[in-house]
Ligand binder design. Structure first.
Ligand code: 2BA
Length: 111
């Protein structure tokens, strides 16, 4: 049986519902706590090993559950003069639904 690994980076707020849906639909899932490189905030990475024929089903569930959200992070304004201080200012970015990678599995074994 050809297996694929679906790796999905999702927002923490969606992770619980998503895992519930995946498990309910008989997908084995591993949850990893991860951190986004840009926002440097926590997110969740799920690893789901599935037969190739079920990849679209997994992606469909992820699409149904994971929402795009506006997230505000605070970036410091660099000082322009020697007496300046760093002034934090808020920036909005759209995060998610989900970032999904589908990769080939050379060998899948449970021992
Ligand atoms: P973060 O790296 O914290 O990125 C959060 C959001 O910030 C991104 O949402 C995007 O809207 C914005 N962003 C990221 N890098 C940017 C940049 N260089 N300039 C301007 N805005 C930027 P998403 O694209 O939905 O990504 C959500 C999370 O998914 C990311 O969190 C990261 O953990 C992961 N991710 C996204 N693309 C990835 C990739 N190509 N490889 C690995 N992980 C990825």
């Amino acid at each position: 049986m050809t297996m694929k690994l679906v790796i999905a980076v999702v927002q923490d707020d969606d992770a619980g519902d998503l895992i519930e849906r995946l498990v309910h639909n008989k997908f084995s899932t591993t949850k990893l706590a991860s951190t986004g490189g840009f926002l440097k905030e926590g997110n969740t990475t799920l690893m789901v090993g599935v037969p190739k024929e079920r990849v679209d089903e997994v992606i469909g569930i992820i699409k149904e559950v994971c929402q795009s959200r506006k997230q505000t992070f605070t970036a410091p304004v660099p000082p322009t003069g020697s007496a300046s201080v760093f002034i934090p200012y808020p920036i909005d970015v759209m995060v998610g639904g989900a970032t999904i990678f589908v990769v080939d599995i050379d060998r899948f074994e449970k021992v």
